[in-house]
Design a protein around this ligand. Sequence first.
Ligand code: HEC
Length: 136
Amino acid sequence: MRILALLLLASPAIAQTPPFQPVATISEIMVAITLPYSDALLYIERNPPKNDRDWELLQMQALMLAESGNLLMVKGRAKNQGLWMKNARLLVEAGAAAVKAARAKDMQAVLALNDQIVSSCITCHTQFRPRNRQER
Ligand code: HEC
């Protein structure tokens, strides 16, 4: 019993020190992950997938786009718990929907997600990007 009580007391302290340690800056995540992988989806028509391998690659790119949203949510990167989280989640959801579309090898479904992907970028940048520029 006493041990259990100690564990319960200790758990909030454990929760405050996450095992992960952010390495990349937000800007680096944007340039290395979010931008190239969103481009792969947004400009799918420039180089349409021709075979199973191409579709698999697209699926992986969509997965990484979704995960980049999760990377933005971690402690040390999240700018607040409200709108920031909401915007990052939009990116996760848009990416996850694109994964499904790529899995179904459905080009129209990928294209139909363009607005959702772009609006996740714009919504967050409008609020949080310093000297918000007109690009995505
Ligand atoms: C949850 C918020 C958020 C979302 C969603 C988001 N961004 Fe960003 N982005 C930022 C912030 C904040 C910066 C500014 C980083 C800095 O300058 O420190 C930024 C900067 C950028 C930059 C400039 C990086 C540089 O320093 O050169 C690019 C490019 C970019 N974002 C692309 C995108 C694209 C494309 C999407 C959507 C697919 C997206 N972002 C979605 C928050 C977000």
